[in-house]
Write a protein that binds this ligand. Structure first.
Ligand code: UTP
Length: 288
């Protein structure tokens, strides 16, 4: 059984600058809540009751979001508006949120390594803080169920267009079930011509603690960063890894266009907001 999840959220978020200069990108809202709240909600939906946020010196506000604010709560209570904090407060009651700081932004692999002591000797979920999902079963739950069946590391996958393979970690492997692959290779941002498939690593993983010794032996790779994909390739030489094509829709909130699109999409799924928004959007795009 998987009890713990880690959420790397220490990156600089350069694609979201200047918005993400003082406010971490993970706190920028998708409708009524910061995107990182959706990520923690997804972990809880997979049965997790212990989450470790991997943040940085400049991202204290991410930790604060998962702390009670008694003064604010009292004020809202006095004016009968407690419902405004209901979603975050009920989440805080269901999960213990810890945090650790990545001292230097040396890459996703290095961020995951910061969780070594907290995770100990258990398999754990890893959810990237700048990606959320909608529709379908929560991906963390899909992967936790796959782990219970397969007993190996499991990586969430998404099929991407051939011209996009150079933006992702790409895996190769053999199909062993419907949407389930036994992996034989992983490569970070390959050229289109050398990509082993169009199956991209989609921001969600179940990892075994063996990943930590692999991370210790992984030198900086692409972009001078310690790449989780490189450590996973080393792990693959030691133990089997499966990939599961996720049955859900992925939203990258780490760039302005996709962040805006995700907001519009989520609004369009709420009947009241959709009714208000649709004429506004139509009007907007009619004018020159
Ligand atoms: P990205 O590659 O998107 O990097 O990280 P970034 O810094 O967040 O954003 P850009 O590219 O500069 O716009 C993928 C995930 O890995 C985490 C990020 O927070 C994000 O969830 N990460 C990355 C870390 O936690 N630490 C790092 O050193 C790098």
């Amino acid at each position: 059984m998987i009890r713990k999840a880690i959420i790397p959220a220490a990156g600089f978020g350069t694609r979201m600058l200047p918005a993400a200069k003082a406010v971490p990108k993970e706190l920028l809202p998708i409708l009524d809540r910061p995107s990182i709240q959706y990520v923690v909600e997804e972990a809880v939906a997979a049965g997790i009751d212990d989450v470790l946020l991997i943040t940085s010196r400049d991202k204290k506000a991410v930790e604060d979001h998962f702390d009670r604010s008694l003064e604010l709560e009292q004020r809202l209570k006095n004016s009968g508006k407690e419902a405004l904090l209901a979603s975050i407060n009920s989440l805080i009651e269901r999960v213990k949120v810890h945090s650790v700081r990545q001292p230097e932004q040396r890459g996703l692999g290095d961020a995951v390594y910061q969780a070594k002591r907290h995770v100990g000797d258990e398999p754990f979920l890893c959810l990237l803080g700048d990606t959320i999902f909608s529709a379908g079963k929560p991906p963390a739950l899909q992967l936790a169920e796959a782990f219970n069946r397969l007993g190996t590391c499991v990586i969430g996958l998404e099929e991407v267009a051939p011209e996009k393979v150079d933006r992702y970690g790409i895996v190769g492997g053999t199909a062993v079930g419907d949407g389930v692959f036994k992996l034989d290779t992983l490569i970070e941002k390959p050229a289109k011509e050398s990509a082993p498939s169009r199956l991209a690593i989609a921001a969600r993983y179940v990892l075994t603690p063996a990943i930590f010794s692999c991370l210790e032996q992984t030198s900086p790779g692409r972009g001078g960063e310690i790449q989780l994909t490189d450590a996973l390739r080393l792990l693959l030489s030691r133990e089997p890894i499966h990939g599961v094509v996720l049955d859900a829709r992925r939203h990258d909130i780490g760039n302005p266009l996709d962040w805006l699109k995700t907001n519009l999409l989520f609004a369009s799924r709420d009947p009241a907001l959709r009714a208000a928004l649709a004429p506004m959007v139509e009007e907007l795009f009619k004018s020159p």
